[in-house]
Structure formats: structure tokens, C-alpha cells
Design a protein around this ligand. Sequence first.
Ligand code: AMP
Length: 283
Amino acid sequence: MDTVTTVEAVRTRAQQWRAAGLRIAFVPTMGNLHAGHTSLLAAARYRGDRVIASIFVNPLQFGPSEDYTAYPRTLLEDQQLLQEARCDLLFAPGVTDMYPHGGDQRTLVVVRGLSDILCGRFRPGHFDGVATVVAKLFGIVAPDVAVFGEKDYQQLLVVRHMTLDLALPVDIVGAPTVRAPDGLALSSRNRYLSAEERTRAAVIHQSLSQAVAALYDGDTDHAALERAGSLMLERAGMIVDYFAIRNAADLTEPNAACSDLVVLTAVRLGRARLIDNLRTHRP
Ligand code: AMP
């Protein structure tokens, strides 16, 4: 696997492959790769003739008091993992490759309505940063298909809507969340947890499972289920940003007749802010 850092280099390689009639599958990441990312690469391998991954810790999607500087950067280990996952090309640009004009990015991609709710309320500007960098990466790589994790469910919807609204010729594929044996979704931010916090973090998946089981059993009192989920997390010592039952298609608030649902939560535990979700169909 080759690693390139410039826009020109990745564009040239992708153009050569496209000219040879090869289908390009793309997996954008922020690095510090784990089995969640590997599953995305496997999905990409299945859907494309060539797989391009990117590693870029995007400053535009971090708030001023967030963990941009502390975010784990592990390029050598990541290259090893990508090689083993049969990735063909890694694009690992520096900040000046992606933002040559520094912080003066004039163009922002804003997916209205989806970006200022749930995580967007607690991380103002976050999804504008995500949508902008993904649009830019799509412009550089011009993939046929791109794979994103359902773990970041709101992000997946933001990217899907952005791609549709801008008529970008990229198929967006969502890949299932990969979890540790105790249910905790794998995340680069899990490494911020102490051993004791890591044990308690299993309650996140338990709280989501409890709500999903109740919804599946026909419980339509969403407000009570949201309170019960929050309480369970608070009792485990977490600060709950939100615990919400939403329509899976667009994250609007569902009524009792809506059947395609997702339960989402974001909590703060020690130094980490962790997010997770579970989808369910009401019978
Ligand atoms: P990140 O490097 O955290 O920005 O994530 C890059 C991609 O990997 C995103 O599409 C995430 O949704 C996805 N991802 C992260 N963790 C997981 C996981 N545990 N299971 C599946 N996909 C994941």
C-alpha cells in the first residue's frame, strides 16, 4: 500500500484507476484505526476494485475546547492495519494540504436541520466541519462509493443528505457498529477512559438496549423511555448530553405510528465524550 499526502498525488492515482475502468471505494477516517474501521474497509473492498482510505484529523470539525490536539495520532500502526486490510492507497494529508488558506475557509457545506440537533446542539459547527471536509475529500478522490459507520449515525445522515442535495455521484454505504464483547462501541476516544470508567461504559449499550426492547414491546411513551435511559446513565456516573428516540430516516421526533426508529445517546465519562445508537423497527 502506498501513502500519499498531497491532493495532486491522490487525484492522479484515482484518475488512473478510473481511466482503467476500476471502481473506487473510499473510507474517510481520522486514524487511530481499530476493528470498527477494519469492517468499513472490508465493506469497501467488497464494493470496489480499488480501496482508498484517508486519515485526516480535521480541525474544522473540532470546537475550541475540544480534543483536537489530544486526538490520538498513530500513523505507523494505522498503515500496518490498512496494509493488512488490503487497502490500496492511503491519503494522509497535512492541514495545509487540505486548508492551504489556513483557517480562512470561505466555503462551508451546511446541512440545515440535521446539523444543529442532538450532537450539533452540544458541538456547534461540528457537522458543518464534517460536511465540508467530506465534500472536499469527495472532490479530491471522486470515489464511486464511500463507506461510513452507523456508529456515528447523525454524521451518516448528514453525509447522505449532503450527497443527495449536491447531486454528488457517490453511493453512500452505512456499515454496522462494531462493539467490544461487553457492548461498548469501539471508538478512538475509548482510550481516554480509565480502567474503571471503561468498565462502567458498558452501561451505554445497556441503556440503549433497554429502550429498544421496550419500543419493540410496543411501549409508546417515548418521554418516559428517554428519562429512564438518562437515569440509568447518570446512575453510572455519566453526564448525559442527550438520550433520544428519533425517526431513523431524518432524526425528527417520532409519533406512536412511526416504525423505523433509532435511539441515540451522547454522554461524558471522565475525559471522554462517547456516542452510540441502536436502530429498531416497531412491529
Ligand atoms: P473516525 O476515525 O472516528 O472519524 O471514524 C471513521 C469512520 O469509522 C466513520 O465513518 C465512523 O462512523 C466509523 N467508525 C468508527 N467507529 C466505528 C465502529 N465501532 N463501528 C463501525 N464504524 C465505526
